[in-house]
Structure formats: C-alpha cells, structure tokens
Design a protein. Sequence first.
Length: 253
Amino acid sequence: MRWGFIALFAAREISAILTVATAIKAAIDQHLDPDEACEQRIKAVVPDNKLANLLLFESRVWMFFLLGRRISPNQYRGIYHFSYHHKDGAASNAFGWIMVILFVAPLLHLLLHFIWSATAANVVTGLTLLSLVFFVADYQAISKRPISLTKNTLIVRYGLRAAFTVPLADIESIEPLPLQSKSSQNKPSAQYGRNQNLKADLNYSYHGSPNLLITLHRPIGKVSSITLGLDRPGALITQINQAASPTHNPEAD
C-alpha cells in the first residue's frame, strides 16, 4: 500500500507542477491574473470541491517556488494593490526560516544516519526538503501576491493562503488598530477600547499584530470580521472610503 500512496502523491505533485507551468506561461503571455489562470485550469478538470482547493494550494506553492521571480504584483486583478511584506518583518522572518532549515537539514541527516538508520535519515531529509519548498514559495508570495481593490470588491490575498473576496457593499466599517506596546499588553487601557482583546473571524497577519479591522454588514459564510496587517493601512482605508463615495469614478484614477 505504501508504494501506492507514494505513487499517488507523486502524481498529484507532478500534475500540480504541469498545471502551474502551463497556467503561468499563459498568464505571463496574456497578462492574466496568475491565481485565476491556475483556477480556470484546475476547475476545468476537477469539480469545485476540497480536492480542487487542495490542488489550487499545491499550484500556488509550485508557482512561486519555480516562477516566483517572473510574477509581478501588477499582474493580479485590481485597480489598487497593497503590500504587507514589510509589516513586522514578514519577509525577513520567512527568509530566516529558510536559512534555519538549510543549516539544520544536513546536520539532522547525519545524526539520524548514524544513530538510527539511513532509511530514516532519507525520509526525514525528504520531508524537510519538501517543507523547504513551501517556505521558499511563501517567501516569494509574501511580496508578490498583493491585497487588491477592484471597482466593487476587496480581494484579500496573503502569502499562499486562498484569496478571500469581500464585496465593498458588505463592508460596514474599516478602522485602524492601534499598536500595543509590550509594557501595556497586560494592562487595561481605554486607548484600545473594544479592539484590545479583538479576535476576528479571519486574521491576515504573520508574526506581528494586525493594524486594520474590517467589519461586515452581514457574514460571508461564517466570516463577519477580518483583521489585516498591511504596510500602509491608511492607504487602504482612504481608497475604500473613496470607493464608497457616490461621486467617485475609479476610471479617472
């Protein structure tokens, strides 16, 4: 059975890589959104279910691992794009994890080889290298997959996570979250108000704290509030408020 599982796993990875190669080539040649190119390719042959979502995630991993340098944030759908890779050193932290894996992997392989077995060392090293693929892809995606604002929607992309689309008409409020210093984390303060112990339905931030709260008029699925960690949260607030203005014309921007 184990050889069968290995064959299925290899087939899934190969199909994801082939999907990425053809989809990204088409996206680059035709200036398409890379996410949408992969989604159209996969959902043409796989029903819209958990398997399709898994393959889409695999496609994003291999897309940024193999072709991350060829992808530009401007390829993604949207009138305005907002970055998050500088927030709390998100990109630097991801790069740090890559360096840790590269340093530890050969030492761990030698240790397992001599104190356990060569097979165990090879299995663990293989899994470690597979995790390295994920970390490299995520490092690339952090600076290439933006949060985007279209005429009618906010598209939240964050690293390799699946995109979450919010209609602008469903946004009740968008407000900044003040930074909380370490000395005041355990002390009540009126400065933070109801945001001090906030737990949103969706949190898009890495190792730091979010700096933006979006509250919805009505839930999208089970999501009624979202927190974001952006490099320039004020810019997103300004653009969403302008989009809500009845006199705003996005074609003129």
